[in-house]
Design a protein around this ligand. Structure first.
Ligand code: COA
Length: 335
């Protein structure tokens, strides 16, 4: 729980995103595994996903840089104006240097702090919340937050229970100080419960695999998931997080202009929307086109909405995510 907003205000200067060119449809997947377009659409709402072309060197760094450059160029700022770069990801090609440092190299920022943040699909909101708080308290003026995950690089495409869900994408936002303290994040919430980690994990060593999952045929280095467990957790947590955020912020669901949530599964999003009585048009969905792109998802939604002219000054926008860890986060903004 956080106290009400104080200090400086904050505002979104610009947004950016990137999806790789290569498209993999459900029909393409049905050619390499025992699945069907009908099953995938019915259970997840996904029709297709974009994936990186690793033969061309595409991956998390290129996703992150493309989204970062997009938001940075639209911001009209100079490299020296950026004080902080946070890249949320769980699919780094290299853990040293961070992906954020590769963004710094590309943008030519010489003094901005830069680091990666690992909170799986909640990562973009963790980054946004941290950056907003640092700006609000006056420590930093301008931050670039990027969420990027090349999930295709951690998919075992012989496993139909996991690989149908994910795709590659990135999203980014430049946030800066605003003189009006009422502007920016009104309320934020971040949490984790490590007890649930075994439902979603990427083991690099045999020894890290829990006893009960030793027979799982998924290869080392690839994402393993207990879909049913994650589904149950997500449906409950999404609703709780939204309710707590609205209650603690003193706003009602009806005050919302938009809800931008992590695109995990259309059924999870719809369950929360229906239970809370949120109008359909206020909840953005792009999972049908891009699948679940982990930390890339919320920034991509934000940029698509921004480009469509649907983010207007004064709007009350709620961001919500959950992810591996298990982690969760929300961020309620007066944009
Ligand atoms: N195609 C066809 N059949 C499939 C399949 C696929 N891709 N994947 C699983 N099945 C089969 C199962 O083998 C099972 O068959 P059985 O009944 O003969 O045993 C049946 O479909 C039901 O499997 P189940 O795992 O119960 O399906 P589900 O309705 O839970 O849907 C997920 C599976 C993964 C789509 C769903 O659990 C989910 O989305 N979970 C949340 C995952 C998530 O959000 N992860 C990201 C967190 S950020």
């Amino acid at each position: 729980m956080t106290p009400p907003a104080a200090g400086f205000g904050t505002r979104i200067v610009s947004t950016g995103s990137f999806v790789p060119e290569k498209v993999v449809t459900n029909f393409d997947l049905a050619e390499i595994m025992d699945t069907s377009d009908e099953w995938i659409q019915k259970r997840t709402g996904i029709r297709q996903r974009h994936i990186s072309d690793q033969s061309k060197g595409e991956g998390t760094v290129s996703l992150a840089i493309n989204a970062a450059v997009d938001a940075f160029e639209k911001s009209g700022l100079a490299p020296e104006d950026i004080d902080l770069i946070i890249c949320a990801t769980c699919t780094q090609e290299m853990t040293c240097p961070s992906v954020a440092c590769r963004i710094s190299e590309r943008l030519g920022t010489k003094k901005a702090a830069a680091f990666d943040l690992a909170a799986a699909c909640s990562g973009f909101l963790y980054g946004l919340n941290f950056a907003e708080t640092l700006i609000r308290c006056g420590r930093y003026r301008t931050a670039l937050i990027v969420g990027a995950d090349a999930m295709s690089t951690v998919m075992d495409y012989t496993d139909r229970s996991v690989s149908i869900l994910f795709g590659d994408a990135s999203g980014s936002v430049v946030v800066t100080r605003d003189d009006d303290p009422a502007r920016g994040c009104q309320y934020q919430l971040m949490g984790a419960d490590g007890v649930g980690w075994e439902a979603l994990y990427m083991p690099r060593r045999e020894v890290d695999i829990p006893e009960h999952d030793r027979d799982n045929p998924i290869k080392l280095g690839m994402l393993r998931m207990n879909g049913r467990e994650v589904f149950k957790f997500a449906v409950k947590k999404f609703q709780e997080v939204i309710e707590e955020t609205m209650e603690q912020s003193g706003h009602s669901i009806d005050d919302l202009s938009l809800m931008i949530c992590h695109q995990s599964n259309l059924r999870i999003i719809e369950s929360a929307r229906e239970k809370l009585g949120i109008e359909e048009g206020k909840v953005y969905v792009n999972i049908d086109r891009v699948g679940n792109s982990s930390a890339g998802s919320i920034g991509l939604c934000l940029d698509e909405l921004n480009r469509a002219g649907r983010i207007n000054e004064g709007d009350l926008v709620l961001f919500v995510a959950f992810g591996g860890g298990m982690t969760w986060a929300s961020s309620l903004w007066r944009v």
